[in-house]
Design a protein around this ligand. Structure first.
Ligand code: GLU
Length: 393
């Protein structure tokens, strides 16, 4: 049996691999603390769970429309209208099995063999893999630590070629926490309009912002940007619904229509019960989101203070998401020469799981999730600090 090249060349998702590794070690009886996978430690809010339970007891257990429940699609369309003042209707939205599925379908719809897609680094692990699966070629655009990893519009323009089809933006960023300012997003919006490209904007963490940071989109340009913007969102992080697998895309009708055709042959509708729960998530009481943000804010302070006090570590200021992305290159020695080596060392010596920066296209860094209960987080940071003290002279 031969497996096709485009799959043999894809490594397993490093974030999922880190979670599996943590689970394996816990099963062996080790006291492992997982700062790897981005997984809110909170339970899904009660009102949302109850909406799922009601959906089951009222018999909403059959197929829904392929592109999602009309009620949910309308709620998504309304959300973008309220956020950016750009009108969307139901036909310009699709409900998917998590944000990852929306991204996958988008690249299948946009990318022909050999087409290029611009991806700023550090990037979320699945962006380049999904582009490659679609036959495309990722073109990486570096960001600078001293610019808080905020992408430069000119660098994006310089990276464009005749073959460029799309630009991926992720704000707030997983893994760096960078929040792209409105002015930069507008500049990139203009590049996309001039060059007839699509901007795929992953806004999974748009509700988790710190110190007064504000979230924006190329849609800040107004309806002019609508034909070039595909917005991707997810219930997973905002409402602690990772297991429910509900995401969405909002964008040009033609693109959404092709994603819907693909979905009709792939998954059909996402789970009906989860969709009804998602209607409650989007339209119901939002106090749980504010509570989670308050907890993440407190933990972020702790993480930044602790990381910055560790030998060989420097750390910028993540303004969104729930990750810190410290530069750990100062801890390297003749045995530990990469972030992969360091992540392995921290598992072995401290029983703490993190994700190496190499998985996000930036060796020399580690991704540290602070979506972890505060006492466990403090314990993990203490263990990391001890382990680093043993190798940094
Ligand atoms: N997005 C989360 C992370 O980066 C969940 C895992 C995944 O889907 O990659 O850890």
């Amino acid at each position: 049996m031969e497996i096709v090249d485009r799959l043999t060349q894809i490594s397993p998702s490093a974030t999922l691999a880190s979670a599996e590794k943590a689970a394996r070690l816990v099963a062996q009886g080790l006291d492992v603390i997982d700062l790897g996978q981005g997984l809110p430690d909170f339970s899904t809010p009660k009102n949302i769970c109850n909406a799922g339970i009601t959906a089951i007891s009222e018999g909403h257990t059959r197929y829904t429309a392929n592109s999602g429940l009309p009620e949910l699609r309308d709620a998504i369309a309304e959300r973008y209208g309220t956020l950016y003042g750009v009108e969307y209707d139901r036909s310009e939205t699709i409900i998917t099995c998590g944000g990852k599925h929306a991204l996958y379908s988008a690249f299948q719809a946009l990318v022909e063999d050999g087409d290029e897609v611009i991806i700023p680094t550090p990037y979320w692990v699945s962006f380049p893999a999904q582009v490659r699966i679609a036959g495309g070629q990722p073109v990486f655009v570096g960001t600078r630590e001293e610019d808080d990893f905020i992408v430069n519009a000119q660098d994006i323009d310089d990276a464009c070629s005749e073959k460029t089809k799309a630009i991926i933006l992720n704000t707030p960023s997983n893994p760096s926490g960078a929040v792209i300012p409105s002015s930069v997003l507008k500049d990139i919006g203009r590049i996309a309009i001039d060059r007839d490209l699509v901007i795929v904007v992953d806004e999974t963490y748009d509700q988790f912002l710190y110190e007064g940071a504000t979230h924006s989109s190329p849609l800040g340009l107004g309806s002019e940007a609508k034909p070039v913007t595909l917005s991707i969102g997810s219930c997973s992080k905002t409402w602690a619904m990772t297991g429910w697998r509900i995401g969405w895309a909002t964008g040009p009708r033609k693109l959404i229509g092709s994603m819907s055709r693909l979905q009709s042959h792939l998954t059909s509708n996402p789970t009906s019960i989860s969709q009804w729960a998602a209607v409650e998530a989007l339209t119901g009481d939002q106090s749980a989101v504010a509570d989670m943000l308050a907890a993440f804010s407190e933990r972020r302070e702790v993480v930044l203070k602790q990381l910055r006090s560790m030998p060989g570590v420097t750390c910028g200021q993540p303004m969104g998401s729930f990750y810190a992305f410290p530069n750990v290159s100062g801890t390297f020695n003749n045995r530990i020469t990469t972030s992969d080596d360091l992540a392995t060392y921290l598992i072995d010596e401290a029983q703490v799981v993190t994700v190496p920066g190499s998985a996000f296209g930036r060796d020399g860094f580690l991704r540290v999730s602070f979506a972890v209960e505060i006492n466990r987080l403090q314990e993990a940071l203490h263990r990391i600090s001890e382990a680093l003290s043993a190798i940094v002279v």
